[in-house]
Design a protein around this ligand. Structure first.
Ligand code: PLP
Length: 406
């Protein structure tokens, strides 16, 4: 394929106009929207209004007059269609890590069984939080098995199966419906981490009978750095789930200033403290970038971009090993390759105007965000990568220096 061919695909792309919903820099090709989504075009004006008028001029009155108090549920309602979930089962609050803790403990207590089952090689916070969750529940223990051993490990001791739907490093996607059914058949609950799924791949939490889920606001949902996260709890569990962090915002009547904690009905009890309004409004702008988008068409475009990426890599960079599954049913919206010098390669690529990221120890990762990624971007990324590999420009010592954030 030539650059002109890729441009022709963009010209025929029915989703091409959604790129205008973002403010992107002119130069670089951005393939890291799975780590930090791009800036929604309306976000700066929304945030400056929130700061100057709502906070600056109206001060505390904005909690009521601007609906700040309802923002967590309102934004959750806008995320719900992306998850295939009825809105009253979703809440926007805290970080993914904190939500994982709340739901893992709640799930362990609800089940009464001892074992929190997860996989080794999961995103580190999931494993660390899992350790913290079992430490908080008397009698509970953590069992982490290799990714291929999950099915066989689900058994009569399993309280909660905690898994990530799309793996952050490889992009491999699990069969959520089948694993949920398998856990239920054994009498266990599921807790899915949707950080690399929400806004990226088709989801049907209600139809798949998921019990609990969490996910990230700043990746495919475009909510901005450190955006609040979301949590999902199926309605059938609502009245029996207890949060281990019973803050005043999860109280049924926070402004009754009661000594005694009485949980709010439903998922609202999983709110803890005062919500971060500025961040919530940025997240709302991020989620609104999906407004009126045909989700099957979005996923079809992700697949087409992935196929183009893989075909061009095979043709021009055969030394790179693609570790993301080729089967679209088994992958998320990213493409990862393995190379022993992935770190300097990634730095050389960024210097050449293509932003992907590095994941230890040897993975170069590219996010595909079809709301704003173009076919021409994929073509350019492979073109620059092929050039860097051919010239061995990554050997330049300036590409060896490590930064704090990769
Ligand atoms: C990105 C990501 C997180 C992020 O957690 P934070 O609490 O927002 O830092 C958690 N889990 C997975 C699987 C992720 O990919």
């Amino acid at each position: 394929m030539t650059f002109e061919d890729a441009r022709a695909l963009d010209a025929a792309d029915s989703l091409a106009p959604t790129r205008a919903r973002f403010t992107l820099p002119d130069g670089p090709v951005y393939l890291d929207g799975n780590s930090l989504g791009a800036l929604p075009a309306v976000a700066p004006a929304r945030l400056s209004d929130a700061v100057e008028r709502q906070w600056g001029a109206q001060l505390i009155g904005s909690w009521n007059s601007e609906g700040w108090i309802d923002a967590p549920a309102r934004v959750a309602g806008k995320i719900a269609p992306l998850l295939g979930a009825a809105a009253d089962q979703l809440l926007v609050a805290d970080s993914t890590s904190v939500n994982l803790f709340k739901l893992a403990v709640a799930g362990l207590r609800l089940s009464g069984r001892p074992e929190l089952l997860t996989e080794t090689g999961n995103f580190p916070t999931d494993l660390h939080i899992a350790e913290g969750a079992v430490a908080a529940v008397p009698g509970a223990r953590l069992r982490a098995v290799g990714p291929g051993k999950i099915q066989a490990a689900i058994g009569p001791e399993t309280a909660v199966l905690l898994l990530t739907h799309v793996h952050y490093r490889t992009g491999a996607k699990r069969d959520m419906a089948a694993l949920t059914a398998r856990a239920h058949a054994a009498g266990a609950l599921v807790l899915w981490d949707l950080s690399h799924s929400a806004g990226a791949v088709p989801l049907a939490l209600d139809a798949w009978d998921v019990d609990l889920a969490v996910g990230c606001g700043y990746k495919f949902l475009n909510g901005g750095p450190g955006a609040p996260a979301f949590l999902y709890a199926a309605r059938r569990h609502h009245e029996r789930l207890e949060t281990p962090l019973p803050g005043w915002f999860g109280h049924t009547e926070p402004f009754a200033f009661d000594d005694a904690y009485r949980p709010a009905p439903g998922v609202a009890r999983f709110a803890c403290g005062t919500p971060p309004i500025l961040s919530l409004l940025a997240l709302e702008a991020g989620v609104e970038t999906f407004a009126d988008v045909d989700l099957p068409a979005l996923w079809a475009k992700s697949r087409a971009l992935w196929d183009l990426f893989a075909a061009e890599l095979a043709r021009r960079c055969p030394e790179l090993e693609i570790i993301t599954p080729a089967d679209p049913d088994a992958r998320g919206s990213q493409l990862s390759v393995r190379h022993p010098e992935a770190w300097p390669l990634c730095q050389a690529l960024i210097a050449a105007g293509v932003v992907g990221d590095f994941r230890a120890p040897d993975v170069l990762r590219f996010g595909i965000t079809p709301l704003y990624t173009r076919h021409a971007d994929i073509w350019t990324a492979v073109d620059r990568l092929a050039d860097i590999l051919a010239t061995e420009r990554w050997r330049d010592p300036r590409f060896q220096a490590h930064a704090k954030v990769t």
